[in-house]
Design a protein around this ligand. Structure first.
Ligand code: PLP
Length: 360
């Protein structure tokens, strides 16, 4: 069949150019006679790989000098614990619930302190972003936590909450590097790279200097202290070297594409093609309030489970893979990350249009 259009939510599609470069460099990385997988993480070659990756990432996202960039392991779920362990000095934090990942983060934080839910869209199965205009930020909160793009429900914050001076912590996993961000608005932002940036196994954390302290909750393991990784420039222990190398290739690709403003424009264009179709279809419907729609994850339904099943099967046979919705939502979901070409979305919409005509 060759390469398919892969609409997986994650691990997800990577740029073909990146995979080709990785293949070409597999046996002999830049004449050093070995694969990046076989190299010491203390070698000059690897130091150069991680330094270049960090520099390119900083340039792409415009990370200011008073923020550290960390390449960590343990996935998003480890950040759910690391955030409270490192930041909950008063043992209080405010969380906004916009889906499963925010809920899981809040539940994990409850192991360490008091969690105040200051807004939620649970009443309508997380199909919108709650009103942020009058949030009751707790006086003693150590931070305010959001999940900025909700991979499962397909919503995205189009503005950030006013945290009244408290550090904002944001899970940006499924929108990482899909558009420019103002890093100065955040205390911490982090993302598992397997959604939009690279292969599973790396979590990139961007943290403001003043939040990196020795003063963490008692019993916090060495590996789960941000300071450990800041002090050792992400090389306290053996990092996921090969995955960091692939992320570095993706950063180079993003720079060649023209950077994050260009990516945003491309992503808006792609998403519009799909949303316009959904808005005009009599069979397929988007599930999210239009003002809160994600550019990356697009859930949709027909309202008939049998038709959904038939569509997913026929789409897969035609080369449009992984369109099944999350098990908690049902229906379909098309994840259209940076590496999904516009052509993939155009062809998907053509396929949906034909399916609709043939199944009236
Ligand atoms: C996938 C995902 C996670 C969980 O990441 P793991 O690396 O599997 O722990 C957390 N948050 C968001 C927004 C995600 O999309």
């Amino acid at each position: 069949m060759g390469r398919v259009y892969n609409f997986s939510a994650g691990p997800a599609v990577l740029p073909e150019e990146v995979l080709k470069t990785a293949a070409a460099e597999m046996l002999d990385y830049h004449g050093c006679g070995m694969s990046v997988m076989e190299m010491s993480h203390r070698s000059k070659d690897f130091q150069n790989i991680i330094d270049t990756a960090e520099a390119d990432f900083r340039e792409l996202l415009g990370v200011p000098d008073n923020y550290r960039v960390l390449f960590l392991q343990g996935g998003g779920n480890t950040q759910f614990a690391m955030v409270p362990m490192n930041l909950m000095k008063n043992k209080v934090a405010d969380y906004i619930l916009t889906g499963q990942w925010a809920k899981k983060a809040a539940k994990e934080a409850e192991l360490y302190g008091k969690v105040n839910i200051i807004a939620s869209s649970a009443d309508k199965t997380f199909s919108y972003i709650p009103d942020l205009s009058d949030l009751k930020i707790s006086d003693d909160a150590d931070y305010v936590y959001i999940c900025q793009n909700n991979t499962i429900y397909g919503t995205k914050f189009t503005e950030l909450p006013d945290t009244k001076g408290k550090p904002l912590v944001s899970d940006v996993s499924s929108m990482f590097l899909s558009e420019p961000m103002d890093v100065t608005k955040y205390g911490v932002l982090w993302g598992g790279v397997q959604k939009n940036v690279g292969p599973a196994g790396v979590t990139i954390v961007v943290i403001r200097d003043d939040l990196v302290t020795e003063d963490v909750l008692p019993g916090t393991p060495t590996m789960l202290r941000y300071k450990t990784h800041v002090d050792n420039k992400s090389l306290y222990n053996t990092p996921p070297c090969y995955n960091i190398y692939i992320c570095g290739l993706v950063f180079k690709w993003l720079k060649e594409m023209g950077g994050l403003s260009v990516m945003k424009q491309r992503n808006e264009e792609k998403a519009k093609i799909l949303y316009d179709f959904l808005d005009n279809s009599t069979m397929f419907k988007g599930t999210v309030a239009p003002k809160d729609r994600s550019l990356m994850n697009v859930p949709f339904v027909t309202g008939d489970e049998e038709i959904d099943k038939k569509f997913i099967a026929e789409a897969a046979a035609a080369g449009f893979k992984n369109l099944k919705g999350h098990r908690t939502v049902g229906g379909m979901r098309a994840s259209i990350y940076n590496a999904m070409p516009k052509e993939g979305v155009v062809k998907l919409v053509e396929f949906m249009d034909n399916f609709e005509k043939n199944n009236k």
